[in-house]
Design a protein around this ligand. Structure first.
Ligand code: GLP
Length: 257
């Protein structure tokens, strides 16, 4: 098993520059790259750097197709707190891509059908998403963040490894973290479930770049790189991938050797 490459950056800004350069390099080698993307605070500097590169005519994404890792359940276009809106505001409005997809977490009005009909519809949407990724040739480069509990996308600590895209309940820790980051600490406003690519789907990417910054991620990074490989720490599973790069800052790296 090849060990993950770890780039340790001074701070969040440098992390953005390093990760954006890695992505830009891959795009220059393959202008039709299929790129997996996350939302969250961490990728903000990466998206700022990609935008700078585009503005300076150093980056052409017109052949690049993007797939986002996840979306809150029953959120989407038009919802201020959706990942759709986040991606649009942080990246897609500035940098044109060939096509950009997010899981469809709001396929119909749930009031118009029974719960089981609605869940079947969600299941179909998840399968369609996986099929679309496959039809595009699979993900070449997958950028991921990490939760403070070691989650990737919304794959929370679990006894089993998740497969394809699916509907998942958020862990209490994730609800708390996301409330602090995006909802002024108001946990009741945070959606309690989401549609996420599963770990097996994520692991199919040809290259994975994990980004993390700040002391609040230090334990998760330690567990991911030095703890047991287990679905209880979904990020630890990345160590079974042949081409994974961790781009982290000094605070996050403080517990690793
Ligand atoms: C969220 C997202 C993840 C993200 C993680 C860390 O819950 N579902 O995809 O990587 O939390 O986010 P942040 O970068 O804001 O710390």
């Amino acid at each position: 098993m090849k060990k993950p490459t770890v780039y340790c950056c001074k701070n969040h800004s440098e992390l953005g520059r390093v990760a954006a350069s890695l992505i830009a390099q891959q795009i220059s080698q393959n202008p039709n790259l299929v790129l997996g993307l996350p939302s969250g605070k961490t990728p903000i500097t990466v998206y700022q750097e990609l935008r700078k590169k585009y503005d300076n005519e150093e980056l052409d994404c017109s052949g690049v197709t993007t797939f986002n890792l996840d979306e809150y359940f029953q959120r989407g276009k038009g919802d201020a707190d959706s990942y759709y809106t986040f991606m649009h505001e942080r990246l897609f409005k500035y940098v044109p891509f060939k096509a950009s997809y997010l899981p469809n977490a709001k396929p119909a009005d749930p009031k118009e059908m029974s719960t089981s009909e609605y869940l079947t519809l969600i299941d179909e949407e998840c399968s369609k998403y996986d099929k679309l990724i496959e039809d595009c040739g699979g993900i070449d480069v997958q950028l991921v963040g990490i939760g403070s509990n070691g989650h990737i996308g919304f794959n929370e600590p679990s006894d089993e490894i998740s497969g394809g895209t699916y509907l998942v309940d958020l862990a209490e820790q994730t609800i708390k973290d996301n409330a602090e980051k995006f909802y002024n600490g108001n946990k009741s406003e945070v959606p309690k479930s989401a549609i996420s690519m599963g770990m097996e789907q994520i692991m199919k990417a040809k290259m994975i770049i994990l980004i993390a910054n700040g002391i609040s991620k230090a334990k998760a990074i330690y567990d991911a790189l030095e703890g047991p490989i287990t679905p209880q720490v979904p990020a630890s599973l990345l160590r079974e991938h042949e081409d994974v790069i961790f781009v982290i800052d000094e605070a996050t790296a403080s517990l690793i050797d």
